[in-house]
Design a protein around this ligand. Structure first.
Ligand SMILES: O=C1C[C@@H](O)[C@H](O)[C@@H](O)C1=O
Ligand SMILES: [Co+2]
Length: 298
């Protein structure tokens, strides 16, 4: 299905230690995490809170295990702080990723976001940008895209539950309101399905803008419970709303087919944040690796 070298497979450390809730997997060591990634058959990783931030040191730990850095998350605050504050932090993040050899920078707008609030009902309180916020956001995100381009990197925007860019309509407004040379899209299956979006429609519509993919599956019963019982995003994660591809409700075969037909090049990152005390991260990494091999030959 995919040609040799077209797609590389990574897994995010969030299944071992959760950046949004560091108490999940707090005792799991950095070396256990990256060793298990490699042992499960992955060749890349994103960056978690236990990773050394010195590129030389980090590279030493990773290269011995045959791992590379695919990218790392960056929180922008374009709608809630002066642009220069976000830009300064972004440049530090960009330069670190550039030194690690990454080609894409994951960005998500966290101004007014409720994703990090433990007791805020997710579906009832999702922020909706005002017209003024959209103007500031669309301008700022393109300026960050210019900063990424200075290092020949791409900004891949992460649509996300509990933020101002979650729904198909909001993704459409972002895509239509930005220059494709400045802003690309990160396609995260789990967030689209949890939000109730038509994930194949988004994939088809913005295929040429997608330059990074997060493979995340959703447990249907937990997702429904989050809606019915007005649970927060973080509580939903703790209750197990997300899991690895092949373990939830999403059929990834049409996703793989469409991406391969469109000659997608880049990373697939398995990203399944769960409580590692309940869902053993190594076991789930192996499960994900097997599902990918069996369903797209990678
Ligand atoms: O890419 C991601 C990074 C996490 O910190 C986030 O909360 C998660 O849901 C995600 O998709
Ligand atoms: Co993601």
């Amino acid at each position: 299905m995919f040609k040799e070298g077209q797609v590389k497979l990574a897994i995010a450390p969030i299944g071992w230690t959760n950046d949004d809730m560091p108490e999940l997997g707090g005792t799991v060591t950095f070396e256990q995490c990256i060793s298990e990634m490699a042992l499960a058959g992955f060749s890349g990783s994103e960056v978690g809170n236990k990773y050394p931030r010195d590129p030389v040191i980090l590279n030493k730990y990773l290269s011995i295990r045959g791992l590379e850095i695919a990218s790392a998350w960056f929180s922008s605050f374009l709608t809630s702080k002066p642009f220069e504050e976000t830009a300064e932090d972004f440049k530090v993040h960009r330069d670190f990723l550039h030194a690690m050899g990454a080609k894409v920078i994951v960005v998500s707008e966290q101004g007014n976001s409720i994703q990090g609030q433990m007791d805020t009902a997710l579906f009832e309180n999702k922020p909706v940008f005002s017209e003024e916020e959209w103007t500031v956001f669309l301008d700022g995100i393109q300026r960050l895209g210019d900063l990424a381009a200075e290092k020949e990197m791409k900004l891949v925007y992460h649509h996300h539950m509990g933020t101002g860019v979650q729904t198909t309509e909001e993704i459409t407004r972002l895509m239509e309101g930005t220059d494709p040379n400045k802003v690309s899209l990160l396609y995260d299956t789990g967030h689209l399905v949890f939000s109730g979006e038509d994930y194949l429609e988004v994939l088809t519509k913005y295929m040429d803008r997608i330059h990074h993919v997060h493979l995340k599956d959703v447990r249907a019963d937990v997702a429904q419970k989050v809606r019915d019982e007005k649970v927060s995003f973080l509580q939903g994660v703790k209750q197990g709303v997300f899991t690895v591809p092949g373990d939830g409700l999403i059929d990834f075969k049409p996703i793989f087919k469409l991406l391969s037909e469109a000659n997608y090049e880049g990373w697939f990152v398995v990203e399944a944040e769960q409580d590692p005390a309940i869902a053993n991260p190594f076991e789930y990494a192996v499960k994900a690796r097997k599902y990918i091999r069996e369903n797209c030959g990678l």
